[in-house]
Design a protein around this ligand. Sequence first.
Ligand SMILES: Nc1ncnc2c1ncn2[C@@H]1O[C@H](COP(=O)(O)OP(=O)(O)OP(=O)(O)O)[C@@H](O)[C@H]1O
Ligand SMILES: [Mg+2]
Length: 266
Amino acid sequence: MEILLKAKNLSKEYVKTTGFFSRTRVSIKALDNMTINIKKGITLAVVGESGSGKSTLAKSLIRLVELDRGTITFKDKNLRKINGEDLKQTRKNIQMVFQDPYASLNPRMKILNIMEEPLKIHDLGSSETQYSKILSMIKKVGLDEQDLSKYPHQFSGGQRQRIGIARALILEPELVICDEPVSALDVSVQAQIIQLLKSLQKEFGLTYLFITHDLRIVRHIANEVIVMKDGKLMEQGKTDIIFRNPKTKYTKELLASIPGNLSKRK
Ligand SMILES: Nc1ncnc2c1ncn2[C@@H]1O[C@H](COP(=O)(O)OP(=O)(O)OP(=O)(O)O)[C@@H](O)[C@H]1O
Ligand SMILES: [Mg+2]
């Protein structure tokens, strides 16, 4: 199976000042020698408790976080070294869906303009071609043409996340990083968004890096899982194997904390 992204020995340390007089400086290893491979066309879930470094990992892959060490190879290009046209193309090819769709959509922009922006930045097609692309994408995520002239606040949380997904996909990326994309939504809406992500994956042959702390969702969506703790890789493998036979105590504890303990079912 082709590997789309290889990340090797990623390390990132944050220095925080704590204490009343801010005299104490502590360093936190948000990423500690993390190595992951993302195979093309699959969903790789990243799980781990809060603060384990999941978002830092995600952001480092799109260069939103400057790493201390490590190499990232995406389609045979060294992500940390590229610039110019290579960087622009790679930026197009790796998109992110965020947890809070409201915070990530500009409240002053109409949906049409939100969707247009990436196409304009990348100078893709005439305005008619851009419009038809946008229209087709907004329909694919379950909205319609009238919605293009509305503002983010006129939508429900689930609809906003549909817009966030449409915006991420408009540039036809190969890799989509989803950082807790349904955590802010009601459970019934979560299921719809997960279904949508699955069907879009099938249609466009997408690869997902899917960050979540909800192991029930992992079961529904992920082919493979990595488990993180304190910036380190604890365990990795196929979803059903990890669920059936977790190797580390930490993964066992994570699984045991699922309501109804799904790890025992099947
Ligand atoms: N900009 C920052 N400055 C200082 N420390 C940071 C920064 N971003 C993250 N950290 C710290 O790095 C560690 C990893 O954070 P990260 O956000 O990657 O965890 P996470 O697994 O995504 O957590 P959550 O499940 O709560 O989203 C945490 O201890 C966090 O406090
Ligand atoms: Mg996070």
